[in-house]
Ligand binder design. Structure first.
Ligand code: ATP
Length: 449
């Protein structure tokens, strides 16, 4: 059973420096969040894991980093200016605003008051480029990263000579003036996306759609999300976006209920056809077999960085009975854990502190790590468990004599003792998944209990 309630996750994130409300000293800014020292590590690790799986480890996908401001015609071509809106109603008594597709009935879900007629509210943030605030200077903050990929299709084809099927991937900020926000970082007005646009020959789109749906589902499982907390949900024809031929959501069992983590859509040739029409440029691909210019179809897996961070936190969160107390632990996979190890000297005094600091400096050459020399060792283990540090390295008085340290594993709380000279190699092996029971090379002795 998932033990994470939203209150517990929000409280842990604040207390331990994962996530703070934005501009908190001014009372915060609705739906905006700041990632703290541990949060930025977790978030970067999520992005790194995605980039490795999607760009680094495949030779059919290349990366891009496109600008947030784009030519205003992009949003005309994409349909966002006309269609990227939600139906908004306002309560005539309490003045709260709602999306009509988010509740049933026709009275205010908060106070039961009478609602205004729905009006379409465009979700794009508008601003002005240059010193004059007039129509000609209007630009938008992008509401998705995908359009930056479509408009660079020809640049990528020309410079990389990729053959179909191939993909372009991008991670970046997107902005939506959402009517209702909430559930912590689940829905905010500024967020990050990880998007793939995968270009395929028309006719092969169905099989690539199925491939990507499976691939993306398995990515979450590979990083530790429990399969029973994930669901695939097919959009019925009424729900499909105007550009989509088929769409599935990958939903996660968040504390507030099953909600979208990622969308996978078959966009057909809509985007390239539209941008070709509006820009007057040919956006086709020369098929070497048929010698014909074709417009590829696009399969789009579109994930949210912040929603992934929230899902990984919720899934990793656990409360375990430990003696008379409860041990709060984040069972994050090492790849995602903000700190891979923490050095805990049993005393703050010399010469122990010097040895511990040398070890700390040494492991930091390879990994993000922590150092904690305050309070009892038990409390320090607890603090590291709570932020998901996979390994604690305890330096004790014996270490001065035998040049060995104790490594304690977060999940099993087992301990092994190894020579300091083997620490980095052993940590590397364990972080890579080597079972903790295995005796490290050199035959050090086992302290498991
Ligand atoms: P929702 O129905 O929840 O508003 P959506 O269907 O509009 O989401 P997409 O346009 O498919 O979302 O965006 C792709 C992904 O971007 C989503 O699966 C989600 O992970 C992320 N995302 C979209 N909007 C937000 C937001 N306001 N805050 C955080 N992440 C978001």
């Amino acid at each position: 059973m998932n033990k994470a309630s939203m209150e517990k996750i929000v409280s842990l994130c604040r207390r331990r420096g994962f996530i703070f409300p934005s501009s908190e000293i001014y009372g915060g800014l609705s739906s905006c969040w700041d990632y703290g020292p541990l949060g930025v590590e977790l978030k970067n690790n999520v992005k790194k894991a995605w980039w490795q799986a999607i760009v680094q480890q495949r030779d059919d996908i290349v990366g891009l980093d496109t600008s947030i401001f784009m030519h205003p015609q992009v949003w005309e071509a994409s349909g966002h200016l006309k269609g990227f809106s939600d139906p908004l109603v306002e309560c005539k008594s309490c003045h709260l605003r709602w999306r009509t597709d988010e509740f049933e009935g026709n009275v205010c879900p908060s106070c039961g008051g009478e609602l205004t007629e729905p009006r379409q509210f465009n979700l794009m943030f508008k601003t002005f480029m240059g010193p004059i605030e007039d129509e000609a200077g209007i630009v938008y903050l992008r509401p998705e990263t995908a359009q930056g990929i479509f408009v660079n299709f020809q640049n990528v084809v020309n410079t990389t000579r990729k053959k179909l099927p191939f993909g372009i991937a991008q991670i970046g900020k997107s902005f939506r003036n959402e009517i209702t926000t909430g559930n912590f970082i689940f829905r905010s007005r500024e967020f990050e996306q990880m998007e793939i646009e995968y270009f395929v020959k028309p006719g092969t789109d169905k099989e690539w759609f199925d491939y990507w749906l499976k691939e993306r589902f398995n990515w979450y499982i590979g990083l530790g999300i429990k399969e029973e907390n994930l669901r695939l949900r097919r959009h019925d024809s009424g729900e499909l976006a105007h550009y989509a031929r088929e769409c599935y959501d990958i939903d996660y069992q968040f504390p507030m209920g099953l909600s979208e983590l990622e969308g996978v859509a078959n966009r057909g040739d809509f985007d390239l056809v539209q941008h070709s029409k509006f820009s007057g440029k040919s956006l086709t691909y020369l098929d070497e077999d048929s010698k014909e210019h074709i417009v590829p179809y696009i399969i789009e897996p579109s994930a949210g960085v912040d929603r992934s961070v929230l899902a990984f936190l919720c899934d990793a969160y656990d409360e375990e009975p430990d003696k008379d107390e409860i041990r709060v632990v984040l069972h994050l996979r090492p790849a995602l854990a903000p700190h891979k190890a923490a050095v805990l000297p049993l005393s703050r005094k010399e010469p122990l502190a010097k040895v511990a600091k040398e070890i700390y400096a040494d492991i930091r050459q390879c990994w993000m790590a922590g150092y904690d020399d305050t309070q009892s060792i038990g409390r320090r283990y607890r603090r590291q468990d709570e932020i998901g540090t996979p390994y604690c390295i305890t330096v004790d008085f014996q270490s001065l004599e035998d040049k060995q340290v104790t490594i304690r594993e977060r999940d099993s709380m087992k301990q092994i003792r190894i020579p300091i000279s083997e620490l980095n190699n052993t940590l590397a092996a364990k972080l890579n998944g080597e079972p903790f029971e295995v005796l490290p090379p050199g035959g050090s002795h086992w302290l498991g209990f």
